[in-house]
Design a protein around this ligand. Structure first.
Ligand code: GSH
Length: 317
């Protein structure tokens, strides 16, 4: 199989989710560091428009969104599993809650004035410099349907969520049993951001010692075997591996839109990061979409998205 190339940046929480899963499954992977804000021409050469972080490249196939990347990694390396038998539905639902509710609550807390000051070099907002301004403007454009939560409301909700996690960890080392599953990786990454990137805000974790102990166990999993790469090499690898890197089955076709395979379509996130990817619809299964597109530098690229959280439209309509 072609190599796994993760396009990410160190401070990205969703990337930490995938880095740890790569470690849990003892996988070797290549690391390409991408920009935190737009413009991202090398990212868009591969994705065709999608700009969120991270995404996974296997040959000329690009897998967008960590929910789909988790399914792909499960196919690539089925053991240890992310989806424990008997708890598959529960694990996915808990992971979805963590990636959405818990994530946005934690981020509202993390980016309270003190946390933001730590991220952007200290002092008052006027002293933060151009990076902070660019970051704020970039993220504001991405928030299509994500409500803003004032830090005080976020504090109360975050504390409740941490108590709920602590309750699940009272009699077992991981959220759903004796081994980590998709729910642990999804719940961990927003808390990892609090603890490591905005540590001035991390006292909130101290009221729930079982959560801190679980975080230590999660951190100890590590990131697997990493080799540095770069955007230019990964685009070249995509161009020369046309057709290589399909992991998910493209059958059976599940049509919910009246859009036939072969149509020109767009796929875009329904809530955060609305930049669409346009291409030919070559698969729409119960779990994912695949678009085929051609790029001047990357050649023929297959870009995959989960169905949940993404909107499919006919580009010609
Ligand atoms: N649902 C997406 C969320 C990804 C996401 O929001 N990532 C953040 C970084 S952790 C992002 O894309 N921020 C803007 C950027 O990096 O351009 C997933 O699971 O992959």
């Amino acid at each position: 199989m072609a190599e796994l190339i993760l396009h990410h940046y160190p401070t990205s929480p969703f990337s930490e989710k995938i880095r740890l899963i790569l470690g849990y499954k003892k996988l070797a992977w290549k690391s390409v560091i991408i920009p935190r804000v737009m413009p991202k021409p090398d990212v868009v050469a591969l994705t065709g428009g999608y700009r969120k972080t991270p995404f996974l490249q296997i040959g000329s196939h690009i897998y967008c969104d960590t929910a789909l990347i988790c399914d792909v990694l499960e196919h690539v390396q089925p053991t240890p599993t992310l989806y424990p038998s008997g708890h598959k539905g529960l694990a996915r639902v808990l992971a979805q809650w963590a990636d959405e509710k818990l994530f946005w609550t934690a981020m509202a807390w993390n980016f309270s004035p003190q946390g933001a000051a730590q991220m952007f070099g200290g002092g008052a907002p006027e002293q933060w410099g151009p990076l902070a301004k660019a970051f704020g403007e970039d993220r504001a454009k991405m928030r299509v349907a994500v409500p803003r939560m004032p830090p005080a409301d976020a504090a109360a909700a975050y504390k409740s969520y941490l108590r709920r996690l602590a309750d699940m960890l009272k009699e077992q080392p991981y959220l759903l049993g004796s081994t980590p599953c998709i729910a642990d990786f999804a719940a961990y990454h927003p808390l990892w951001f609090t603890r490591t990137q905005t540590s001035v805000m991390s006292d909130i974790l101290n009221a729930t010692p079982p959560v801190l102990a679980w975080m230590d166990r999660m951190a100890a999993i590590g990131h697997g075997t990493v080799e540095k790469s770069n955007a230019i090499d990964s685009i070249a690898a995509c161009a020369r591996s046309s057709g290589v890197g399909a992991v998910l089955s493209s059958e059976p076709f599940q049509d919910e839109h009246g859009i036939a395979l072969g149509s020109r379509v767009t796929v875009a996130s329904d809530s955060f990061g609305p930049e669409p990817t346009e291409g030919e619809l070559v698969a729409a299964t119960r779990m994912h979409y695949t678009l085929r597109r051609t790029d001047d530098r990357a050649g023929i690229v297959h870009v995959h998205f989960p169905r949940i959280g993404y909107v499919l439209k006919n580009a010609e309509a």
